[in-house]
Design a binder for this molecule. Structure first.
Ligand code: GLU
Length: 305
């Protein structure tokens, strides 16, 4: 593989113009205040080398990327039983859409649309007596950074504007697919989305998936090889909202995006890459982030396909 430092520095300069397009998420007021002129690219390799450029150490709101961590915690405890509550097919609909839920009897298409993530959060509450603490500890361990935190301002801002997520949760509760009190589920979900961590943390935390379920920082097995493969398959098919097909076509890596402008993806057995640029396209994905990933896999001539 080419010298990764040169590759990401070149890509960084090439995608700066894209970071000025699109707009930051504004349906969560605290996210609307983020300076869009920030850009970071980080690559971590499985032998724990790190290459970084730009605002790589600035913590930002990871939003939907947190769905991968929550899913990992639940999948590691529940195994296949999980799939009675949530599906594993791309939805083809926006991440916060309500339409499919009614004709699919309250079983969301996949764990990465909001409805599916709320079901996973509900299960997290069932499985872990202190779910918020357990989730934060899980993420900190994967990233090797105890400074990762919940941004309570973002969590409160989302909580005050959670009507649509509340509607999804109540609707699924009417089908018996949410067990806990909706207020509690939404509180944990809003905290989960508010996790603040840097691009550098993100890239490191996803090494576990590149490494078949073992955290390379401490050798701990977090997921079975099969669970890691299955979560990777979901990221490859559903990780980018209703732009997942296009991301697979242009980039060809399993990964996950969030409306905070972060994207993290990995090459199995090799490396992870995280990009942060807050301005989004109409699907909710970072414009410069997608450009950077496309240029990266083109440049290193490697993807999962
Ligand atoms: N907290 C966001 C929401 O529920 C997450 C969305 C995202 O990043 O896709 O609307």
């Amino acid at each position: 593989m080419k010298d990764l430092r040169d590759v990401i520095e070149r890509i960084y300069n090439e995608v700066i113009p894209f970071s000025k397009q699109g707009k930051v998420a504004d349906y969560i007021p605290a996210l609307a205040e983020v300076n869009p002129e920030q850009l970071a690219i980080v690559v971590d390799t499985l032998d724990l080398e790190k290459f970084k450029v730009g605002d790589s150490e600035v913590p930002f709101s990871i939003q939907s990327i947190s769905k991968v961590y929550a899913l990992s915690m639940v999948a590691s405890r529940l195994g296949e039983e999980l799939w009675t509550s949530v599906g594993r097919e791309p939805s083809g609909n926006p991440f916060n859409s309500l339409v499919q839920l009614e004709y699919e009897q309250g079983i969301p298409r996949n764990p990465f649309i909001n409805a599916g993530a709320l079901v996973v959060t509900d299960l997290l509450i069932d499985l872990y007596p202190r779910p918020k603490e357990a989730l934060l500890e899980f993420v900190r361990k994967l990233a090797g950074n105890d400074d990762i935190y919940y941004d309570h301002r973002v969590a409160n801002s989302e909580r005050q504007n959670a009507d649509r997520n509340m509607a999804l949760a109540y609707f699924m509760k009417s089908f018996g697919n949410i067990h806990n009190d909706v207020e509690t589920v939404i509180d944990v979900y809003c905290h989960q989305c508010s996790i603040a961590m840097s691009c550098s943390d993100l890239a490191r935390s996803f090494l576990v998936f590149a490494n078949k379920g073992v955290n390379p920082l401490n050798g701990e097995r977090v997921l079975t090889e099969s669970q890691s493969k299955r979560i990777g398959a979901l990221m490859a098919t559903c990780g980018f909202y209703d732009e997942s097909g296009d991301f697979a076509y242009r980039v060809g890596l399993p990964g996950k995006s969030g409306v905070g402008g972060g994207i993290v993806a990995y090459m199995p057995g090799k490396l992870t890459m995280a990009v942060w640029s807050p301005a989004l396209n109409s699907y909710g994905n970072s414009i410069a982030g997608i450009e950077a990933f496309e240029r990266f896999t083109t440049s290193v001539k490697s993807s999962i396909f």
